[in-house]
Design a protein around this ligand. Structure first.
Ligand code: ADP
Length: 499
């Protein structure tokens, strides 16, 4: 039965209310613990109403050490990695199915905790489910090769799990990021300690319970909660962690790389971006305008691959900018449970201050505010912000160089292909880029010159488990998902036998 909240008008399924009421736990060695070792807690807030959703125990260094010890014991005794591969694959398939079955209720969790619309939460759930299905498929596939050698010698390689993986994720796609971390780690036989972002701790618990019910043994996946400086810091400095998989800001990524160096812990880092979306003059501007708005305003711009720099051929600049502006202005900014919500709130007050701060900086530096720039009218509570566009942005401006992580688009203009490529690459990041043109030769030429881990041609934003993902330059180290996930979550062993 759904209960109607008088103030917001939303109908919250009872299963969701019950889940949130009991979500204040850590999961260590299969045990749900409602209290951290020192009794410390933090709260998570609904960014659309600013109401506290739940109080969560904050894992101390002692709790983290216990979680890592549980993951290490589970790795060492082989309760997961040595299980029949067919059984491991079938457990992951059960997870995939269970995510889909839970989608009506589970979608609510990230809508309440992060602010995104129910439509987006549901899409992410399906993507999370697909990720488990894809990685179930790699569990029992060949993992090594035989290397030709001289008579009397037999050389082969195998790929072994790395071991205990500390997995630290951000708040922009809470459930999907948990799936992107856990599914490959488990598929390749690792054990894990997962820490969601402190802004969005809830949905990972639902997933961890699904994993338990699907038959993943206790201790294989442990869930800790807490702020980065305390809980995350304890994870990245622990000597029994074999691998750190991190998605978040470039600043914290650098910090993690330094900490990892001390213990020579392996790392994959998926970090920030300032992705260029290059539009040549030979395209359908209506279609491109809609996609360019989507590229920047999707998920309130809280996306590492967001297309935050629109690079436009000078001769179509005015027409394209006016169409993208119309798309921005027609985006409905509303709490995520409204059916027509085009954009929900930002995740937190801190994020709202950050985005507003960048709007002030852009104005001070001389960029021209075309639309947005503040809170939308008629929303009294919540961290809402309008889709915002700055024109006349030059490469030296901070709005052209730094990641805002909000719905702020910077428009730059180019005269020819070489200038477009030079502008696109003129940032420290290299996560994603887009090219719009009907000239196939140009599409290939430009794609080959762009310094980005993912390049979209005549589309934007498609990202899923089948293709590898990661960044050039300051956008990260290593690749996740797709054919390269095996490198992130296994280590090769060479066996040379005298026969
Ligand atoms: P943002 O600035 O967008 O919140 P962060 O990079 O700070 O992104 O956070 C991403 C994740 O990294 C979160 O789970 C956060 O708790 C974690 N984190 C932040 N600081 C540290 C740290 N010193 N050590 C480990 N994890 C951290």
């Amino acid at each position: 039965m759904a209960a109607v909240d008088v103030r917001t008008g939303r109908e919250l399924p009872e299963a969701v209310r019950d889940f949130i009421a009991g979500a204040g736990v850590l999961v260590i060695d299969g045990e749900e613990r409602p209290r951290s070792s020192d009794g410390g807690v933090f709260t998570t807030v609904d960014p659309a109403t600013e109401e506290v959703l739940a109080e969560i125990p904050q894992a101390t260094a002692e709790d983290v050490a216990e979680a890592i010890a549980a993951a290490k014991a589970a790795h060492d005794d082989g309760r997961w990695r040595l299980l029949d591969p067919g059984k491991r694959a079938s457990a992951l398939l059960k997870v995939s199915d269970a995510l889909k079955r839970a989608s009506k209720d589970l979608a609510w969790i990230d809508t309440l905790d992060h602010g995104k619309s129910l439509r987006l939460s549901t899409g992410e759930l399906i993507a999370a489910s697909n990720t488990f299905r894809y990685f179930a498929g790699v569990v029992d596939k060949p993992s090594g090769v035989v290397i030709p050698s001289r008579e009397g010698r037999f050389i082969y390689t195998d790929r072994e799990p790395v071991g205990v993986c500390a997995q630290i994720i951000p708040w922009n796609f809470p459930l999907l990021m948990a799936a992107w971390k856990l599914a490959p780690a488990l598929a390749f036989g690792n054990t894990a300690v997962l820490k969601p972002a402190e802004q969005t701790p809830l949905s990972a618990l639902w997933l961890v319970r699904i994993l338990r019910d699907a038959g993943v043994p206790d201790g294989v996946v442990n869930l800790v909660q807490g702020v980065g400086e305390v809980t995350g810091q304890a994870m990245i400095t622990h000597p029994d962690v074999d691998k750190i998989a991190f998605t978040g800001s470039t600043e914290i990524g650098r910090h993690i790389a330094r900490a990892a160096a001390d213990n020579l812990t392996k790392v994959t880092l998926e970090l920030g971006g300032k992705s260029p979306n290059i539009v040549f003059d030979d395209v359908d501007l209506d279609r491109v305008a809609r996609r360019a708005a989507f590229a920047c305003f999707y998920n309130a711009g809280e996306v590492c691959t967001a297309g935050t720099r629109l690079l436009v051929n000078a001769n179509v600049h005015d027409e394209l900018v006016s169409k993208v502006t119309a798309a921005a202005e027609s985006t409905k900014v509303l709490p995520g449970w409204f059916e027509d919500a085009g954009m929900g709130p930002l995740v937190s007050d801190e994020q709202l201050q950050r985005v507003s701060g960048y709007v002030d900086i852009a104005k001070d530096e001389g960029a021209e505010l075309i639309t947005g720039g503040g809170r939308p009218d008629g929303l009294d509570a919540g961290y809402f912000f309008e889709p915002t566009i700055f024109d006349g942005v030059s490469p030296g401006m901070r709005i052209a160089q730094e990641e805002v992580f909000g719905p702020v688009l910077a428009v730059q203009t180019f005269e020819d292909e070489d200038e477009a490529v030079a502008l696109a690459n003129d940032v420290s990041y290299g996560l994603a880029a887009g090219v719009w043109t009907s000239d196939h030769g140009r599409a290939h030429r430009v794609a080959s010159k762009l310094q980005a881990g993912t390049v979209w041609v005549n589309t934007w934003g498609e990202l899923d488990e089948v293709a590898s993902f990661g960044g050039f330059k300051d956008s990260g180290i290593g690749r996740e998902l797709g054919p390269h996930a095996v490198e992130a979550y296994t280590q090769p062993k060479t066996v040379r036998m005298a026969t």
